[in-house]
Design a binder for this molecule. Structure first.
Ligand code: SF4
Length: 199
């Protein structure tokens, strides 16, 4: 994240000019003014950092406002040559991803053949995933592929792959996480790699 260069005052001045022009056309601008006032209060005294939406490869610019070490607002960056202040609904909801009291901090686990879900801590889940990943990889790793060529002669090729695990990414995972996950998957020899957010 970089500290935002354009002052928020400039932005509001620009917004005010637009609002003034629209008011001349007879449009009701009270909601827009109220939203601008709310935002001013929300980010008062906060430090602003220019950042990039974490979600997809469009790379829309964001301004992240931080006060006392905590994120207080995330919005589109009007200085971004890519998005010019706009964000799609997902990017607009970035703040709710970072700051959310409803965010789950424990996992639900249902043991094989069990009918009830149990609540488990994240550390427990991480350890279990790591153990099962190692076990499955060891059991399904293939170093050499053996087959036949067109003439029916035996052929052996080095493949070093693991077809027992698949990696599926999702749209709520950010770019950095997807990058690291793909690196890990390839290092393990996984060949079934997919992501729902391929745009
Ligand atoms: S998720 Fe939306 S806001 Fe974020 S970079 Fe992609 S298009 Fe832009």
């Amino acid at each position: 994240m970089f500290e935002a260069t354009a002052s928020r005052r400039q932005f509001f001045r620009g917004t005010g000019m637009t609002v003034g022009t629209l008011a001349g056309l007879g449009l009701d601008l009270k909601p827009a003014r109220a939203a601008a006032e709310n935002l001013k209060t929300k980010i008062h005294g906060a430090k602003e950092y220019a950042s990039v939406c974490p979600y997809c490869a469009v790379g829309c610019g964001q301004i992240v406002s931080v006060r006392d070490g905590k994120i207080v607002n995330i919005e589109g960056n009007p200085d971004s040559p890519i998005s010019r202040g706009t964000l799609c609904p997902k990017g607009s909801a970035s703040y709710q991803l970072a700051v959310n009291p409803n965010r789950l901090t424990k996992v639900k686990y249902r043991a094989p053949f069990a009918t009830e879900w149990e609540e488990k801590p994240l550390d427990w889940a991480m350890e279990r995933i790591a153990q099962l990943t190692k076990k499955t990889r060891d059991e399904t790793f293939v170093e050499k592929w053996e087959g036949q060529d067109r003439e029916g002669k035996p052929v052996q090729k080095t493949v070093n792959h693991c077809a027992g695990i698949a990696s599926l990414g999702g749209a709520t995972m950010d770019n950095e996480w997807n990058y690291v996950q793909l690196k890990l998957a390839r290092a393990l020899g996984l060949i079934y790699l997919e992501n729902q957010a391929r745009i």
